[in-house]
Ligand binder design. Structure first.
Ligand SMILES: [Zn+2]
Length: 174
């Protein structure tokens, strides 16, 4: 046991080569931390200053899309800023139309999909079809609640937006 502990301590400074990539696990951990702080802050304020449903929807949308990005191992330095840029735009959008709060996750997913297509290529690649040309999944409904990733080629719902990790069968956290 002592040897293992010593080994673990010795390995503490060694990190996998990450190159210029961002660790999404790290980012998501930070995200949880800040959300937790927010909850604690609200608790101190009692019911006087609840986090608005719009902010909750935006936080949830950001977390779901980041989770799907992490599941696909899409980790480029500017991907988080793509998500943030979309969230900023969609905050304005949902402020104009609060009834659309449930649509935000699907919209952010599509914004990021479009931004990635311009700079990197198709995302997320279909994990269902084993053969043929690699193709991206689509969000359905494009404008509606409860958005899912679907493969139009196979005609199947692959996963809810935010649950791509479990659908791909990858080593998703939690
Ligand atoms: Zn497919």
């Amino acid at each position: 046991m002592r040897t293992l502990a010593a080994r673990a301590a010795g390995a503490g400074g060694v990190r996998p080569a990450a190159g210029p990539k961002i660790s999404f696990t790290f980012w998501l951990t930070n995200e949880r931390y800040f959300r937790l702080r927010r909850v604690v802050k609200s608790a101190h304020n009692g019911s006087m200053d609840p986090v608005s449903p719009l902010e909750q929807a935006l936080h949830a949308a950001r977390a779901r899309v980041l989770s799907d990005l992490a599941a696909g191992d899409v980790a480029a330095a500017d991907v988080v800023s793509m998500v943030e840029a979309s969230v900023v735009q969609r905050r304005w959008w949902v402020e104009q139309w609060p009834e659309g709060a449930a649509y935000v996750a699907g919209l952010v997913a599509q914004d990021v999909q479009d931004a990635l297509l311009e700079r990197y290529g198709r995302w997320p690649l279909c994990p269902v079809c084993g053969s043929g040309d690699p193709h991206a999944l689509d969000v359905e409904p494009e404008l509606g609640p409860d958005p899912h990733w679907v493969c139009h080629k196979a005609g199947v719902k692959v996963a809810a937006v935010g649950s791509l990790g479990s659908a791909a069968g990858g080593a998703a956290p939690s």
